[in-house]
Design a protein around this ligand. Structure first.
Ligand SMILES: [Zn+2]
Length: 208
């Protein structure tokens, strides 16, 4: 029987691991820590906070009564604990907005002021949007009829959903790579998306 991860309290943000494949630390512990240290415990302690594998369009999502969901698919390939913390903070500010400024839609004055307060007081880099630049439909389009090598950047595009033939396989093996060509899925391109998002954020920062 799988052992349950114990809900130990976090003592510092240094204890948060970088997101990585197969590593699903308990997000609720991070939520509790941030709630205590940054929001003076004003957010509901009973909030459900969980990883979600089927979230491909955004790094995080939440609704007024919860749950807060973070995209495991996108975040686990993003090698930054700080990015993960800022994404969760974004969703927590959203929860506070639901509580104290329910009339406000999207990133209104309340959201912006709270984001500014946290970034200034705690040296965080919470952003207005962490959304993926690709929609699920675009992702499906990118992946459709494409096979990608598991160890190099070799990609085969086909017009139909049939695996690459002998000629394409030889073209790949002639490069000296013995990796396997597998059908692309939104999951296998998630790393590219994370890199794209990081580049977009850096570009936005330079504009400011
Ligand atoms: Zn290869």
């Amino acid at each position: 029987m799988a052992q349950q991860q114990s809900p130990l309290a976090l003592r510092s943000l240094e204890e948060v691991p970088d997101p990585a494949p197969g590593r699903r630390f308990v997000l609720k512990n991070l939520y509790n820590f941030l709630n205590r240290e940054i929001f003076d415990g004003a957010l509901p302690s009973k909030m459900e906070v969980r990883w979600e594998s089927s979230l491909h369009t955004s790094f995080g999502k939440s609704s007024p009564a919860g749950p807060i969901r973070l995209s495991h698919t996108l975040l686990y390939k993003h090698p930054s604990r700080d990015f993960l913390i800022d994404v969760l903070l974004h969703e927590m500010i959203r929860q506070r907005q639901h509580q104290f400024a329910p009339q406000e839609k999207g990133n209104g004055p309340y959201f912006m002021a709270e984001m500014e307060r946290i970034n200034t007081a705690f040296g965080r880099r919470v952003a207005v949007t962490f959304s993926s630049p690709y929609s699920l439909r675009q992702l499906d389009k990118v992946c459709k009829h494409r096979w990608k090598c598991t160890s190099c950047a070799f990609v085969v595009k086909k017009s139909r959903a049939i695996p690459p033939g002998a000629e394409k396989r030889r073209e790949h093996s002639d490069t000296g790579c013995s990796g396997e060509l597998v059908k692309m899925t939104p999951n296998t391109v998630a790393g590219d998306i994370a890199a794209y998002c990081a580049a977009s954020l850096a570009a936005e920062e330079q504009l400011q």
